[in-house]
Design a protein. Structure first.
Length: 317
């Protein structure tokens, strides 16, 4: 790094990993919720881009990165962007919490290529105390994924991180213009994508393969899919998984854990989380309801048989 005079270092602070994306199947990016004590902290140069988003009450901080020095009150949602290969130094006057997001260079480069932007035209540049409402929205969604007790679908996290890259690059306004230009997927293309999703709900789906079916870049595909179906890709996939799981549970032929695997959920509690979120009921409640319906049907059949037998006896008299 080619930095200005380092900050006068107060005693080094400690970092505690409160939540981590490790083991969640996220590829090319990751996140962690860090509890950071007052004092000095240093981020060494790495091959990843790193974004630190402040969480919680304001904290007075001093920082240095790439010839930039800043002293400020770091508020909830403020972000520091440290590109790959650069170093960052911070001195926090009090304890704080930071959502740290790392994005690999290959993941970033792939997104740039899909936007038809060359590396020289659009880059992730160092920013201190970045305030971008759209980026904050994405950060809080990613934080919610970290804090969720169950592993969510990697498709959702991948979608969030792709959108983060778009907000961070210099050419983000081009994507804003794309989003503002309302278009939709061609009917045949939409049908092909939907058929593929329906046929592979039990598999791990990725934005890359879905966008390839439409012969579009991932960012472009996400925009057109949302305009066509009225919801983001990940939400559509999860909703279809929930609907299929409900149908299987109502049939009563498979156990709850088998239904979860058959519909592409990581495990039973993952399915329960999304069912409760989208339908307002748990798998157990659906099974109970289906059992009650079967019992009522059996009772009705028994009553019909009895009535038929009585009717035959009356006719035979």
């Amino acid at each position: 790094m080619n930095a200005v005079t380092p900050l006068p270092m107060s005693p080094a602070g400690s970092r505690v990993n409160l939540r981590s994306s490790k083991g969640r199947g996220w590829n090319g990016f990751g996140a962690a919720l860090l509890g950071i004590s007052a004092g000095a902290h240093r981020l060494t140069p790495s091959s990843h881009h790193v974004v630190g988003v402040h969480v919680g009450p304001p904290v007075k901080a001093r920082c240095v990165c790439d010839q930039r020095r800043d002293t400020r009150i770091q508020a909830h949602g403020d972000a520091d962007v440290i590109p790959a290969g650069l170093e960052g130094q911070w001195v926090d006057d009090s304890d704080c919490t930071v959502l740290s997001v790392w994005i690999s260079e290959p993941f970033t480069r792939k997104t740039l290529e899909q936007l038809d932007l060359r590396a020289g035209d659009a880059q992730i540049r160092p920013q201190l105390q970045m305030r971008d409402p759209r980026f904050q929205h994405l950060a809080w969604a990613l934080q919610a994924e970290l804090e969720a007790g169950d592993t969510s679908d990697p498709l959702y996290a991948e979608s969030l991180c792709t959108a983060m890259v778009v907000r961070l690059i210099d050419g983000a306004q081009r994507v804003d213009a794309l989003e503002g230009h309302r278009r939709k997927l061609a009917p045949r293309t939409a049908a092909n994508v939907i058929d593929f999703i329906e046929s592979n709900l039990e598999q791990r789906l990725t934005l890359d393969e879905l966008a390839a079916l439409a012969h579009l870049s991932v960012p472009h595909f996400k925009v057109l899919f949302r305009e066509t179906l009225g919801m983001p890709v990940h939400r559509y996939v999860v909703q279809r998984r929930v609907e299929r799981a409900k149908a299987l549970l109502l049939q009563g032929k498979l156990s709850t854990s088998q239904v979860a695997l058959e519909t592409g959920f990581a495990h039973q509690s993952h399915m329960a989380h999304w069912m409760n979120r989208l339908l307002g009921v748990t798998p157990r409640e659906i099974v109970r309801a289906s059992g009650h319906a079967i019992q009522l049907a059996n009772t009705a059949d028994t009553a019909n048989i009895a009535n038929t037998t009585t009717h035959k006896k009356l006719l035979s008299r």
